[in-house]
Design a protein. Structure first.
Length: 223
């Protein structure tokens, strides 16, 4: 009887070890598949955001070619810098924050060329980056939304963009006017929807995002 108990104990122990190893292998495989899925989804979202931005920018330059060829030439130089960032830097999972801010400034400069009133855009950047990294193409969709859907029929500044860094905390504030009587654009929110999905995949539990409309103002706050 003692021998039978001993044999069954050994068999049970071996079986338990085997089951634990199988469970561990299964869990590891599942995590690897989930990681690959997230990476693929992030790559797709990044491409969608890049294309969405590129089409809008080319439309702006097309209009400039017809009205002001000198400004169109300056805009083409700016977009070449932007394309270099999109093709090389933005292909990485993370980029230096200062690179992302430079890219954002180039985007705002292109918009300032298009808008005749230089005071319409109030841009303040109180952040150097200090070697910190961020997911690429994360900030521009919020700012692009203000230019694409914001109303130009209000007093300056019509678009307010404030960026600051305090220690490990990054803050983005974007405000623009909206016309409640204007028909809603069917493509509105595509860029914001994609960037929110990316943030949930990369920074889940590490960010606060507020998007709200107060009277005739559309406000985005990201921390």
């Amino acid at each position: 009887f003692s021998s039978i108990v001993e044999v069954y104990s050994i068999v049970t122990l071996v079986a338990a070890i085997k089951l634990i190893k199988l469970w561990y292998t299964s869990q590891k495989k599942s995590k690897d598949l989930e990681k690959q899925k997230i990476s693929s989804e992030l790559a797709l979202l990044r491409v969608q955001i890049n294309q969405h931005y590129l089409f809008n920018t080319l439309n702006h330059i097309h209009s400039l070619v017809q009205s002001d060829q000198e400004q169109a030439s300056d805009a083409l130089i700016k977009i070449s810098d932007i394309m270099r960032y999109m093709l090389y830097d933005a292909a990485n999972d993370k980029v230096l924050l200062e690179k992302e801010l430079e890219y954002m400034e180039s985007y705002v400069t292109l918009q300032q060329i298009r808008i005749k009133d230089p005071e319409f855009i109030d841009l303040k950047i109180l952040c150097t980056g200090e070697g910190k990294k961020i997911a690429p193409m994360l900030l521009v969709p919020f700012i692009e939304n203000a230019f694409k859907h914001g109303s130009k029929d209000f007093s300056t500044p019509g678009i307010i963009i404030n960026i600051d860094c305090k220690g490990s905390i990054f803050n983005l504030y974007v405000e623009n006017y909206v016309n409640p009587d204007k028909p809603k654009d069917e493509t509105q929110g595509i860029g914001l929807k994609n960037v929110k999905r990316r943030m949930n995949l990369i920074y889940q539990g590490k960010y606060d995002l507020s998007i709200e409309q107060k009277d005739k103002r559309f406000i985005i706050q990201l921390q």
